[in-house]
Design a protein around this ligand. Sequence first.
Ligand code: NTF
Length: 837
Amino acid sequence: MAIEEKTTPFIIKEASDNDLDMESLGRDLNENLFYYLGKSPLVATLQDIYHAFALTVRKRLLQRWINTSMAYVKQKVKVVCYFSAEYLPGPHLGNNLLNLGIFPTISQAFARVGANLDYFLDQEEEPGLGNGGLGRLAACYLDSLATLEIPAIGYGLRYEFGIFDQEIRDGWQAEITDKWLQWDNPWEIHHPEIAYEVKLGGCCQTHPDRDGRLVVHWHPERVVKGVAYDTPILGYNVNTCNVLRLWKAEAIESFDFQAFNKGDYYDAVDEKLVSENLTKVLYPNDEPFEGKKLRLEQQYFLCSCALQDMIRLHLHFAPNLGDFHESWAVQLNDTHPAISVVELMRLLVDERQIPWDQAWDTTRKVFSYTNHTLLPEALEKWPLPLFAQVLPRHLEIIFEINRRFLDSVRLRYPGDNSKAARLSLIDESGDRYVRMAHLACVGSHAINGVSALHTELLKSSTLQDFFELWPEKFYNITNGVTPRRFLALSNPRLTALINSKIGSDWIKDLYKLRQLEEFAEDPDFQQSWREVKLANKRQLANAIKARTGISVDPQSMFDIQVKRLHEYKRQHLNVLHIITLYLRLKKDPTLEITPRTIIFGGKAAPGYFMARLIIKLISSVAEVVNRDPDVNDRLKVVFFPNFNVKNAQKIYPAADLSQQISTAGKEASGTGNMKFALNGALTIGTLDGANVEIREEVGPENFFLFGHTVEEVQYIKAQGYNPYLYYQSNEHLREVIDLLRSGFFAHGDRDLFRPLVESLLYQDDYLLMADYQSYIERQDEAGMTFLDKKRWTRMSILNTARMGKFSSDRAIQEYCQHIWQVKPTFIELQDITLEQV
Ligand code: NTF
């Protein structure tokens, strides 16, 4: 239709209520296949159809997104910016169908033509832009922000290679590069026009300006361009569609023409390659910190692009930056983006000549900081020479922040030099380092831990001096997970059963699950509950068979531990239990035991020797146990390769028992623990991280608790812990360790697992030996309880029913109220007209 014929000629996109009907969806799918991918339905592959379908859904998101951003601008709302070096959003298509409210109709439409929607959903390569809990938490928070209609932008990095894909070869982990971008990514929109220059290296000079004021000039060694790639993040059952904006590094000019003219083609291309290196790859380390120059450059690149973007947006609608803090709240997801405190100071003071005190006041009001770890080896600190090399101007600013800060500390604690040394942004106890956690604390108005226990430990240990200085800045905000992805989407059977009893309001208000309590003993409901679990277990059993070739019995107890491999998470304690069960069966092959399938999953940092060895140990024990006729299938051990969001969605719904067995005081929160319990798994766990609160909520009688408490761990260590004494005095433990060290699980090789055995006997930093006995006892109890179907089912229902607190919606509401001071903005779908644009 020609434009003149339209009744309202300026409408470029109509607000239509019917863009979700089958007819328009089907038409768009065909058009995308034809005009975008150049395929006829006859020759289209599964990947093509997925792609055309994704574009069809993206169109619906864009309609909502543009309405959302226009409403934010018009209403001049305060916006939350989540700064995170990692995001693990998982596959988008299924989640967007769910949030649009069209999952069931689409699934039926596919079924009508004899197709299974799941096959198409399975085509999506998930963005693995994170290592584990921290990145997944960021994704859950974006989901909740949109669902709660909070104006928000997620800022991050568009790594070309995300977390590696894991394969298991001969029992060892092999890392395969992740190629999530090998097919076009239909969810992102490339914005070459949204780009910023980021300086690196070089030196600084101070000159007087025309008015005689001293101004600093940073002469960088090189300049890289950051370009925006946007992914729409739709809320559940609302029109709010926020954005995840990821930065890709590019050369300022893709050719150095001077070099090219001289005929040096390779130099010309070189700059492009060097610049693009910046966002090439995600560092695959979970907790231990690695002080790599490129990593510091990545962190700074993220912060500089994001802050320049915010300032540009701000000045689009405001005359100056005077009220910047009233329009923006920035949450620092751990210290990875902490350099943004300094970058905002630089942008305000050096580039916009705002007086230091005013700039500092603004900065502190804008930022808040979440700490995610107490492990000393995970705390980021950059060697001064490296820092000076990459960010010379920022180091000067840090010195100035520190000078002023320490002056105030000395006034507060006269004569206490050790206090000042402990609080300082610079660690001067040996080689000098910049302490990023201290920078984040000083530059923020709020600091929070991620579980009640973790926050208390922060206040009494890691950040004790800061807590004494500024107790009013500290908050606890216990982590949460999104019930959309981790129940409604991943467990459709349980969702249908729950909905049949209490409706679907729980998807937006998880406390509503409490209404299930009244059915906990209802025999019919119990029966359906068990059928759902069994069906989910069958599905996982099929996946296990396909991935590993191992057959497992869906009737056995599925006892699961999935998370990054780390000594403090104690996957090897789980192995000690397996060997204990194995020895019992060897001694008495007729022994009655609860049949179990013990499933592991998780990646090890490529450079973490012990973590890799634990994977080899699990595979080796599995190989022996699974084949032994004395075991006769009553015990199966599986290492499920490549644990990621996609696989997680199959695993949590199929669990009977969730293993949360870290040494007390080591796991800041954990979020897998919440996903398991939400799906009706019972937990065997220590009093660590959010386990403490999960147990409080579900009731101690519905939780298998074991192990020493934080205080006991501290006491045992203070007394001079000797793990060897536990070996000597516990006969069963001794047999387990002896079998392990005999080479029994290593084809007679006594050396293979020696490093593990020796670390347990003579070092045991994570107290496996001290917790072994109580772990075995609680496992035995869990095994017995599992045989009592009614009791187990009741406990399982109560676990799900009492998980309300662990919704990421609750967590985000707390951030909004206590830290960000932001409110929801209702989004209406309206016509978008040329006049508005
Ligand atoms: C992790 N921290 C913690 O280890 C988990 O306990 C917690 O659940 C998640 O953060 C989310 O809060 C990290 O990954 C890091 F980077 F801080 F080490």
